[in-house]
Design a protein around this ligand. Structure first.
Ligand SMILES: [Ca+2]
Ligand SMILES: [Ca+2]
Ligand SMILES: [Ca+2]
Length: 269
């Protein structure tokens, strides 16, 4: 444990010294562990399969009335009732072949009627390799209530599309929530620019889009280390480092990561 803590301290110091990205980051440091065992992409986030993730709920999201966040999204955190309304955990692992992403979301009113990413219940995950270009993924368990899909927009190659994807598997439980898993080949155009590799650091931000009542409501828990500040850089963006440390032992899925930004294991801050 001591060795691990020392490793994290050194890692954190290196990150501070090497920080040169353009966004005014929130100060959040996350580590995405390497997948020793490839997650089974079956649309079920099994205990221990993904390690710990970043937990999002009303308690850790931005407060206040509807706000524009700079990406074209309006956040309405005041409309979130409780953890049953919307909450959940987003996961990230990597290896030489794939970037692995997953989400396990509690939502008491599933809405998947639309053919776009953000008009449905969805998870938003963005990376930025340089603090300028954004690689955005809006992943929904079902497009038009049929199959998993996503809207993705990548500034590094100007690729933008909405489509179903066989890379994503999902499970929807009406009135309770949904979960999804994806293995995205590193060379896939949707994530061009992320280039996960041991020691590489990129910007990231995650949030959950929640449509309820027939799509009439759009509240969005957005993870933030500065929930009282609405500046989109300070509030939303953190840095994630892809680590050579592997997720090698099963660990319980933690709903308590809260403000600790961690993907794959308990890490940092
Ligand atoms: Ca699985
Ligand atoms: Ca809801
Ligand atoms: Ca919903």
């Amino acid at each position: 444990m001591v060795k691990r803590i020392m490793y994290l301290l050194v890692l954190s110091l290196c990150l501070v010294l090497s920080a040169s990205l353009a966004f005014s980051y929130s100060g959040a440091k996350a580590t995405a562990l390497k997948a020793a065992a490839v997650p089974t992409i079956d649309g079920k986030v099994s205990d221990g399969e993904w390690g710990d993730g970043i937990y999002l709920s009303k308690a850790v999201c931005l407060k206040g009335q509807a706000k524009y966040n700079g990406f074209g999204n309006v956040y309405q955190p005041d409309m979130i009732k409780d953890e049953n309304d919307i909450s959940g955990t987003i996961y990230c692992l990597w290896d030489e072949k794939n970037l692995y992403l997953a989400g396990k979301i509690t939502d008491d009113d599933i809405y998947l009627e639309k053919g776009s990413g953000w008009d449905n219940d969805c998870n938003e995950i963005r990376f930025s390799p340089d603090g300028k270009a954004v690689i955005g993924l809006w992943i929904t368990p079902k497009l038009l209530n049929k199959n998993p899909g996503w809207y993705h927009k990548n500034d590094t190659n100007a690729f933008e599309s909405t489509e179903e994807s066989t890379l994503i598997k999902s499970t929807v439980t009406a009135a309770k929530g949904y979960e999804w898993e994806a293995a995205i080949p590193i060379a896939d155009k949707t994530i061009a620019g992320v280039n996960p590799a041991a020691g590489r650091t990129v910007g990231y931000t995650v949030s959950i889009g929640d449509q309820d009542k027939g799509g009439a409501e759009y509240s969005m828990p957005c993870w933030s280390l500065n929930p009282d500040k609405w500046d989109w850089g300070i509030a939303f963006w953190g840095e994630v480092t892809f680590s050579a440390v592997t997720l090698s032992k099963p660990s319980a899925v933690s709903p308590n990561a809260k403000l600790t930004s961690s993907w794959g294991d308990i890490k940092t801050r």
